[in-house]
Design a protein around this ligand. Structure first.
Ligand code: SF4
Length: 411
């Protein structure tokens, strides 16, 4: 089976013959159905974060899109998700309201949209709603709606005030930390805490990792997601020079890992760490950041266009597009897109260096968008390769040492 890359539209390069590789390599008859739907219900934001992949990177398609998803588009999206769940006999789907900033749609719009989505999906299907927000507009009225539909709330927070406000500012330059902190106090109150799903934090090497960790822990989140800043080989992330063997991001994360791993009582689930441990122990990952689990995420823009994982917008203009809309037919049409197939093809879609790497099944080549290079498309290791290798090796070393200690104990 060849893994040679073919050029698509002069930019997108993927391994050849992905459909047959999918059936042969994963032992299943075809692509995995979509199980998670990220709905971009608002295409604008009330913050102007300087690292945002929607507004600050190569893809500027948001400028052409409606500000809020119209009712007729939403009805069509709801119908397509229901149809997809029925066609594939799915027992559960996850729907994430995203943006831009989804709370800009307003509490009434959210209430109507969530009602319409639930009504269009067969009653036997467990619909898990979530929202990812900057929390600036989170208030009691909105929370009442989110309670009504059992919507879990994830909030973006980058650390203490200086760390957070360095990037996450309003368009006039004011920082947003104070507003987010107040919203988190509200969300963490006993009346609302059940909705709190966790914090999302973008890594900035300028920050002290343990100060960031302590700040996030102060809000008692159930989970923390540390995200590596988006970047590619052609537009490298801050502090990450391509082909430099240094591991600044691994060093930053390892400082937190060691603290987290040594805590006598688990205070929070840091998903990147727990997923790596799960993979090292032979399990599967649940996110696309690490591992080889097939991606089952589909993004729908405010105009009903179907897209791939949003962070691809960091690669080049149009990188996330499939060219399909909810008006075109069942969502299975998107399962023919070579880029979507390549994110389901596991080892077969990896670059040669990744396929022979000692941590291949744990790292999985890293997050797909981070592999992009202008001349070779996505047929590369992650631009974070040295960091990922160092992080996985470190965690593997700690877990192995503990397992050996346990196994040596007299019984
Ligand atoms: S550590 Fe590097 S070479 Fe190994 S799988 Fe990850 S990205 Fe690929």
């Amino acid at each position: 089976m060849t893994n040679s890359a073919v050029g698509v539209a002069g930019m997108r390069t993927y391994p050849t013959d992905l459909s047959s590789q999918l059936s042969l390599s994963a032992g299943r008859p075809g692509p995995e159905p979509f199980r998670q739907f990220v709905l971009k219900v608002v295409s604008r934001c009330n913050l102007a974060c300087d690292y945002c992949y929607v507004y600050e990177m190569a893809d500027q398609s948001w400028r052409e899109r409606p500000v809020v998803m119209a009712a007729d588009i939403l009805a069509r999206v709801a119908h397509r998700i229901g149809e997809h769940a029925e066609a594939h006999r799915l027992s559960a789907v996850r729907i994430v309201l995203h943006g831009g900033e989804p709370l800009l749609a307003g509490a009434r719009w959210l209430d109507e949209a969530l009602t319409a989505l639930r009504a269009a999906i067969p009653a036997r299907v467990d619909v898990q709603f979530a929202i990812q927000t900057n929390a600036v507009l989170l208030d009691e009225t909105t929370l009442a709606v989110l309670h009504r539909h059992a919507v879990r709330v994830g909030v973006s927070l980058d650390g203490p005030v200086v760390a957070h406000d360095r990037h996450r500012r309003f368009a006039d330059g004011r920082g947003s930390h104070a507003r987010v902190a107040a919203a988190l106090d509200l969300l963490g109150a006993p009346a609302h805490r059940a909705l709190f799903s966790g914090l999302l934090c973008v890594v900035d090497l300028a920050n002290d990792p343990l100060a960031v960790y302590d700040e996030l822990l102060g809000y008692s989140p159930p989970t923390i997601d540390f995200l590596l800043p988006h970047g590619t080989w052609s537009a490298p992330p801050p502090g990450r020079r391509p082909d430099d063997p240094g591991t600044p991001y691994a060093d930053w994360l390892i400082a937190i890992f060691d603290r987290w791993y040594e805590e006598p009582r688990r205070l929070v689930d840091v998903r990147l760490f727990s997923e790596i441990i799960q993979l090292l122990l032979g399990g599967a990952s649940e996110t696309e950041s690490v591992g080889l689990t097939p991606s089952t995420v589909l993004v729908v823009e405010t105009d009903g266009m179907l897209e791939q994982v949003d962070a691809l917008k960091a690669a080049y203009d149009g990188a996330a597009a499939t060219g399909l809309s909810v008006a075109d037919g069942p969502l299975d049409l998107a399962l023919r897109d070579p880029a979507i197939l390549s994110r389901q093809a596991g080892v077969a879609a990896l670059a040669a260096e990744c396929r022979s790497c000692e941590v291949r099944d744990t790292c999985g080549g890293g997050f797909y968008p981070h592999r992009y290079r202008t001349d070779t498309g996505f047929d590369n290791p992650s631009v974070y390769c040295p960091d990922l290798l160092a992080l996985v090796r470190h965690i593997r070393g700690r877990v192995r040492a503990d397992l050996a200690r346990v196994l040596r104990r007299p019984r």
